[in-house]
Design a protein around this ligand. Structure first.
Ligand code: ZN
Length: 299
């Protein structure tokens, strides 16, 4: 696991074991706030130990940015914390999160100690919390999933964007149109840093280019899929390349190619009015859906 310090009281942890998924930590005078956890309990326990032994604090709040297992599995390792999420996240955790966890437990012993925790503080559109003198602005940001949120620390201008910002937009479990809207909203202000749900931290100078490039990816993808459908092309997943949509193959250790193909399939289904992907892959999160994450033998 990698650890980075953004300011004296903001840290980011990035998994070595699963798809560079990130967790954020904000230290306040009333205790620590953790924004997401990592997938593997072993890595989340390293975070907990660091907070308790290294920083002499303890986690008072865990924010679940969306219900997917790669972000929420570690919530149970902070039994004294209040858990915050979008109302839909609570509902989705209760159904699909439960199913996803059962699947994980069937496939790997390391998930034996994991229990599903449902958030006890939820909101619909926006919520601002003052915790230990720090303002956390949470707001709905659907697209990657219906229940996705982002968390802004206004004063520090740090945005924990979760999977609204990742190496390529991935909307298979959410909505293309919502993703466009949520990304466009991010352009409304400046940020010192954006913490992506997966991958490296985006620094101030890189932010506008990154968001613009993600929007451009979505536009080009949409355009190319429409053209291919109009021409009656078969095998569209292999016809529309990642580079045509302006993204590199090497992102996220090459996994983006798979994500890109899933995106294409979702769009094709949408235009053909076919049932959504979620029905094909019942548990539906990135982890489950993606048999391509290279680090894991269990899927
Ligand atoms: Zn994720």
């Amino acid at each position: 696991m990698q650890r980075e310090r953004i300011t004296d009281h903001i840290f980011v942890f990035r998994s070595d074991q699963y798809a560079q998924v990130t967790a954020g930590l904000v230290l306040t005078r009333d205790g620590a706030v953790l924004i997401d956890t990592l997938l593997y309990p072993e890595e989340t326990m390293l975070i907990r130990r660091y907070i308790e032994k290294g920083l002499g604090s303890s986690v008072k709040y865990v924010i679940n940015t969306h219900f997917h297992a790669d972000h929420t599995t570690g919530t149970c390792l902070f039994p004294d914390a209040r858990v915050i999420s979008h109302q839909l996240c609570r509902e989705m955790l209760d159904v699909r999160g439960r199913e996803s966890l059962r699947h994980l437990k069937e496939n790997a012993r390391e998930f034996d100690p994991v229990e599903l925790i449902l958030p006890d503080i939820t909101f619909d559109d926006e919520m601002t919390l003052d915790i230990g003198g720090i303002n956390f602005k949470l707001r709905a940001s659907p697209g990657h999933s219906q229940d996705s949120i982002v968390c802004l620390l206004e004063e520090e201008e740090v945005l924990f964007a979760a999977d609204t910002v990742m190496p390529i937009p991935y909307f298979v479990d959410g909505s293309f149109a919502d993703f466009m809207e949520s990304l466009t909203r991010l352009l409304e202000r400046d940020y010192e840093n954006i913490v992506q749900g997966h991958g490296e931290i985006i620094l101030r100078g890189e932010v506008p280019e990154k968001i613009t490039s993600d929007l451009e990816y979505l536009r080009r993808l949409d355009e190319a899929v429409k053209v291919a459908l109009d021409k009656g092309q078969e095998d569209i997943e292999n016809q529309v390349s990642l580079t045509h949509c302006g993204k590199s193959h090497v992102l996220l250790n090459g996994v983006v190619q798979q994500l890109h193909q899933h995106n294409i399939r979702a769009l094709v289904n949408q235009y053909r009015d076919a049932p959504q992907q979620a029905q094909e892959a019942p548990s539906g999160d990135v982890f489950e859906r993606n048999d391509a994450w290279p680090q894991k033998k269990l899927i």
